[in-house]
Design a protein around this ligand. Structure first.
Ligand code: AQP
Length: 323
């Protein structure tokens, strides 16, 4: 069984990425699992080349600092294998129809019907299919919003295998173990997101303890006289309880019962988040300062990824009449 998970470099990684995904990836990793830093996906909209490179290094360092073991799992930066991913994407673009691509809900939402959007916004689900199919992943944990992309990857794998011969494993989307969905501290009805940028509502993994405390102190919460976990009526309070719950392993509802007032809640969240992120930030910072070690780990991960990807890519090129 091979499970594939990835983190996009659409911005610096935040508390939600860590609590909701990366921490669990590290805890559940199996020797065959694949973790990719999806930097090719970081340029479907306007991007800064300098930042794209920086976010990829940071995301790779985050995976390692969080405990993803490069000797066990395959952990790498996608652009270190840009030729492999680009080659298979082209083959799959010639397997996919325009109609299939333009029906993707995320494309319709993100493009807003504008012709001026990057073509990559239309085709990135095909790149995603290539990411999965190159490594023979049979399980891909995805949230509801990514479900149709997995369906596309399945359709392309089946079509390719049926037309040219059995090359690809047909992947299955799996619902990830229930993880915390962390909301923006300043706008607790929306998800905490990398692409929100430098706003007080997003706690980044690399934020200093002081900055984390200030952001939590400024979190928007409801003062309804009764502090309880009720995401619809008290989204701000519930988000803080969700964060505390994710950090401590206790249910948000239970934690809420033990907290006297809003001040105590904010203080507990600030202390806990600072404690949880400290070791990760410190390991990440050390790694980012050690360029040689980071490069060595990247090259090691890329070599393992290439060993995995090359036979399947060559088989695909051969059966379509290339190579
Ligand atoms: N707020 C969140 N709470 C819990 N989990 C989250 N994840 C993302 N945001 C939260 C999980 O982190 C993993 C990597 O995410 P991604 O890079 O694939 O992209 P995303 O889901 O689109 O994440 P962002 O951070 O919100 O970025 P943008 O702004 O680009 O959309 C995934 O497993 C995701 O579920």
């Amino acid at each position: 069984m091979t499970e594939l998970s990835g983190i996009r470099t659409s911005g610096p990684a935040h508390l939600g990425n860590y609590l909701g995904a990366v921490r669990r990836w590290a805890a559940g990793q199996r020797p065959d699992d694949v973790f990719l830093v999806a930097d090719l996906h970081g340029m479907t909209t306007t991007h800064s080349p300098h930042r794209l490179r920086q976010y990829a290094r940071q995301a790779f360092a985050l995976l390692i600092a969080s405990g993803v073991d490069p000797e066990r799992a395959v952990v790498f930066v996608q652009s270190d294998l840009v030729r492999e991913h680009a080659a298979l994407t082209w083959v799959l673009e010639c397997t996919c129809t325009y109609g299939e691509a333009k029906r993707m809900r995320q494309f319709r939402e993100k493009s807003g019907g504008q012709d001026s959007v990057r073509l990559g916004l239309l085709t990135y689900p095909v790149l995603q299919a290539a990411d999965i199919l190159l490594y023979g992943a049979d399980r891909v944990p995805v949230g509801e919003d990514q479900h149709e992309h997995i369906e596309l990857a399945r359709a392309l794998a089946n079509r390719f295998n049926g037309t040219y011969g059995e090359v690809f494993v047909v992947p299955e989307g799996v619902v990830p173990a229930v993880g915390a969905g962390i909301k923006d501290l300043a706008e607790p009805t929306r998800t905490m997101a990398k692409s929100s940028g430098e706003t007080p509502g997003v706690v980044f993994v690399l934020d200093s303890p002081d900055l984390i405390r200030r952001k939590v102190e400024r979190a928007v919460i409801e003062d309804l006289g009764e502090l309880r976990y009720a995401p619809k009526e008290q989204p701000g309070v519930s988000n803080l309880l969700e964060i505390l719950g994710a950090c401590t392993g206790v249910s948000p509802r239970e934690i809420g019962a033990g907290i006297a007032d809003l001040q105590q809640l904010k203080a507990a969240v600030a202390d806990t988040v600072v404690d949880v992120l400290r070791p990760v930030r410190e390991r990440m910072t050390d790694l980012l300062a050690d360029q040689a070690e980071l490069d060595r780990l990247r090259a090691f991960g890329a070599a393992r990824a290439r060993d995995r990807a090359t036979p399947r890519l060559e088989a695909a090129l051969k059966v379509v009449g290339l190579s």
